[in-house]
Design a protein around this ligand. Structure first.
Ligand SMILES: *[C@@H]1O[C@H](CO)[C@@H](O)[C@H](O)[C@H]1NC(C)=O
Ligand SMILES: *[C@@H]1O[C@H](CO)[C@@H](O)[C@H](O)[C@H]1NC(C)=O
Ligand SMILES: *[C@@H]1O[C@H](CO)[C@@H](O)[C@H](O)[C@H]1NC(C)=O
Ligand SMILES: *[C@@H]1O[C@H](CO)[C@@H](O)[C@H](O)[C@H]1NC(C)=O
Length: 326
């Protein structure tokens, strides 16, 4: 496989929220300027804007591509650039046909040569990069179970109360994958402390030295431990809530936080979680409407060592053949 690849981010410049968040004028958001570095985030305050609701009938009537794609081609082959651009349009149409999208989603898509642009030519790493995506902005929302989770802006905007040439197929598959990540199919479980993963926690919300808790993503709400069918949010994240009795704590650096965390009773749960992250058939994605574990989609937990960005946030490729869905 050629290491010619692409990266993309969803690009939603304004935070548009159509329901009320108390009397606050602002809500906590995070911008993610670099799709390759998922852990890099910039906290910002989003203003709350009221948006008119679009009737569902109107949505059904319009089945056009709801994705507004800005495409940057970082290679010199114009023919290939045009093919890739067309594929992004196709992906927009595919996703539009299966989701109710009432507010257009903007995408900043780039196609680059990872070898030339990022120096990833003959990487010794066990895994090669095919694509990378991230929501341009995530927004903290209080969920119906009371927990605050990060939702991608492209998803928040939606809340209102054939044939392809053979050589294009892999690209379509990868790009579609990445687009779905940008829409929120992405877990916040990661190792935010060690560069070689040793533990897993939800995002560590550490802003200007104050620790604000462990932050799940919208995706994480639906994660279960397959053998017992228990929700990870209930059996593990809830334990993390007990860290330092849940009180606001001052840490002058991530290193200081890491030291305190390592000595806390909660640390064991982060070790337990990475164990689940590298054990096949451990983690699944199960919507709340379903009570049957057999309805769960198996998440990727067969990679060992744990792979940042590939473990957990994907379906288990051994058990789902994505090609068959085309
Ligand atoms: C440009 O890309 C097209 C389509 O992939 C390919 O057929 C052609 O050989 C490429 N041209 C060059 C100069 O690499
Ligand atoms: C879109 O992506 C390109 C390439 O990564 C970047 O140079 C550009 O600044 C991005 N545009 C916006 C508006 O973020
Ligand atoms: C948490 O609260 C309990 C009971 O109030 C107390 O005994 C314990 O020392 C506290 N732990 C920490 C880490 O503050
Ligand atoms: C973590 O678990 C191990 C073995 O299960 C136990 O020996 C150890 O005391 C635990 N550590 C903490 C901090 O709870």
């Amino acid at each position: 496989m050629k290491i010619l690849s692409f990266l993309m981010i969803t690009l939603d410049l304004f935070c548009i929220i159509s329901y009320s968040f108390g009397n606050d004028a602002y809500i906590q958001c995070y911008d993610h300027p670099n799709p390759i570095d998922r852990n890099y985030k910039v906290p910002i305050h989003c203003p709350i804007i009221k948006e008119k609701k679009i009737p569902i009938q109107e949505l059904a009537a319009s089945s056009t591509n709801k994705f507004k794609i800005t495409f940057t081609c970082g290679i010199t082959n114009i023919t290939l650039c045009n093919k890739v651009k067309n594929e992004f349009e196709t992906i927009g149409t595919i996703i539009t046909s299966v989701l109710i999208i009432n507010s257009p989603i903007t995408v900043n898509a780039s196609f680059i040569d990872f070898c030339i642009a990022l120096g990833e030519c003959n990487s010794n790493s066990k895994y090669i990069t095919l694509g990378s995506a991230i929501p341009a902005r995530t927004i903290q929302l209080q969920d119906d179970d009371g927990r605050i989770r990060t939702y991608p802006q492209a998803l928040v905007k939606q809340f209102q109360f054939d044939k392809h040439p053979e050589n294009q197929r892999d690209f379509l598959l990868v790009a579609l994958h990445e687009m779905i990540h940008g829409l929120g199919f992405v877990s916040n479980w990661d190792d935010y402390i060690n560069s070689n993963p040793e533990i897993l926690t939800p995002d560590i919300s550490l802003t200007s030295t104050k620790f604000n808790g462990f932050l799940e993503s919208a995706f994480d709400k639906y994660m279960i431990y397959i053998p017992t069918r228990e929700r990870i949010s209930s059996i593990i994240t809830k334990e993390f809530d007990k860290f330092k009795n849940g009180s606001n704590n001052q840490f002058s650096s991530l290193q200081k936080f890491a030291k305190t965390f390592k000595e806390s009773p909660q640390y064991n749960f982060s070790l337990d979680m990475i164990g689940k992250g590298i054990t096949p058939f451990s983690l699944g994605f199960l919507l709340h409407e379903s009570t049957k574990a057999s309805d769960a989609i198996i998440l990727e937990t067969s990679l060992n060592p744990y792979s940042k960005g590939s473990s957990i946030s994907y379906f288990d490729l051994k058990h789902i053949t994505i090609r068959e869905t085309f």
